[in-house]
Every structure is written in C-alpha cells, then in structure tokens.
Design a protein. Structure first.
Length: 239
C-alpha cells in the first residue's frame, strides 16, 4: 500500500466516525494560500452540482434520485485526478490530501446510506430495471465504499450472476472483483482495473497472470486492452 493511500484511508476512517468535519476544520488553517487554491476545486465541484440540482424539482423516483447521486459522486472525482499535489512541500501535501478526501468521504458516506435504503426496497440496481446511469451510480457508490467491506462483498456476490445475464455491465463486476481482491483478500486483481502511482507513473496494482490479462478483459466486456487503459490515464495527477 502506498503512503498516499494510507493517508487517504486514515482520512476516510475519520470521516466514517463523524470526525471528518472536525479534521477538515483543524487541517485547513495549516494550508498555505497556494495549497488552498489547489484543492479548492474539490469543494467547488460539489457546490456547483448541488446548486444545479437545487434548481430541479424533487426526484420523481429512485431512478432519478440515483442519477443525481451519480452526478454528485463524480463532482469532485473528475477534479481530483487533475490536482497535482507534488508541487507542494511534502508535509503540506499530506494535509492537502486529507482536506480533499475528507470532503469526498463525507459525501460518499451519505450516498452509501441512501443507496442501502433503495437496495433494501428494490434489490440491486440493474440496467434493465433502472437504466444505465442509475446502475452506474449504484456501482460507483459501492466501489468507493472501502470503509464498508461487507457492502462491497455482498454487492460483488450479486454482480456476478447479474453480469452473466446482461443485467449489469460486466466491467462493473470486473472492477468490483479487483477492488475486493486487492483491498480485503490481499490477492492479485484479475482484470487490471486498479492502478497505483509508482515513480510518477500509473501502473496496475498486483496483477494475476499479466500475460493473459487482455483475454480476461475482453471476455468480461472491456473494449480496451490493459495498455490502452494505461494510456488513457496519461495526464492524471500521480500523487
């Protein structure tokens, strides 16, 4: 596990026990104006999406509710991949990392709670029943729930049969499998979906039988090879 990931997990743990806001308040004054400006787009991303959604009528059903949750889930993540913390001094870099991810974690926890209520009522969110975007929302929320291994494992068990029947995207199953394998089973991933930053370059984390990864990717529904996937991540901040 990389040092940066350890910092992120620590930040997530704080948020998961209700201390995220306290940590954010105590950490932010330690940031220089340059660091604050660097991480500010994370908060701004949420503010924009929330303001846009506030102008809409209440969601008419769970499908629409999930679609809006997806937009919130992605609001900061599309920004985070562009934020290069390496321009900051090392000590301040860690604080800035915590500040960014504490806010993300707070939103993630709220989304997890809401999703569990919907799934308890309606079962898993399939594309056939709820549409592609709502299904992607449910997947993304659970994929980011490394604070809740039971949720991730139970979801993985559901995704396998549903993917085989075409009711969810096979790549959702692949990504969930890889995340659970690495995070909780401490074994290699199978589909090469999970990357790590090493020496300023993105590479697959521990990978099972690398020579055959493209065969497995194609079989599960990926349109791109592992090399093409890595190429698509060139330009992402590698902190």
């Amino acid at each position: 596990m990389t040092p940066a990931r350890k910092v992120w997990l620590a930040a997530f743990a704080l948020a998961s026990v209700g201390l995220g806001t306290v940590w954010l308040a105590s950490a932010e004054p330690q940031l220089s104006p340059e660091a604050r400006a660097l991480v500010a787009p994370v908060h701004a991303g949420y503010v924009k999406v929330e303001a846009d959604q506030a102008m809409l009528p209440p969601p008419k059903d769970d499908r629409e509710r999930l679609e809006r949750m997806y937009d919130l889930d992605q609001a900061a993540r599309v920004v985070v991949v562009k934020i290069d913390l390496s321009v900051l001094p090392l000590a301040e870099r860690k604080v800035a990392y915590n500040v960014m991810w504490n806010e993300v974690s707070a939103h993630d926890l709220a989304d997890q709670k809401a999703l569990k209520e919907i799934v308890a009522r309606d079962g898993w969110i399939t594309t056939t029943k709820f549409g592609v975007k709502a299904s992607k929302a449910a997947f993304a929320i659970v994929q980011h729930a490394v604070n809740d291994p039971d949720l991730m494992r139970s979801t993985l068990a559901q995704l396998g049969p549903l993917a085989a029947k075409g009711e969810v995207d096979g790549t959702d199953y692949a990504r969930m499998y890889d995340r659970v394998a690495l995070e909780f089973d401490h074994k290699p991933q199978r589909y090469g979906s999970q990357l790590e930053c090493y020496g300023g370059v993105w590479r697959p984390r521990m990978l099972e039988d690398p020579e055959r990864v493209d065969e497995r990717r194609k079989a599960i529904g990926y349109k791109e090879s592992e090399a093409e996937f890595l190429k698509s991540r060139v330009g992402w901040a590698c902190n």
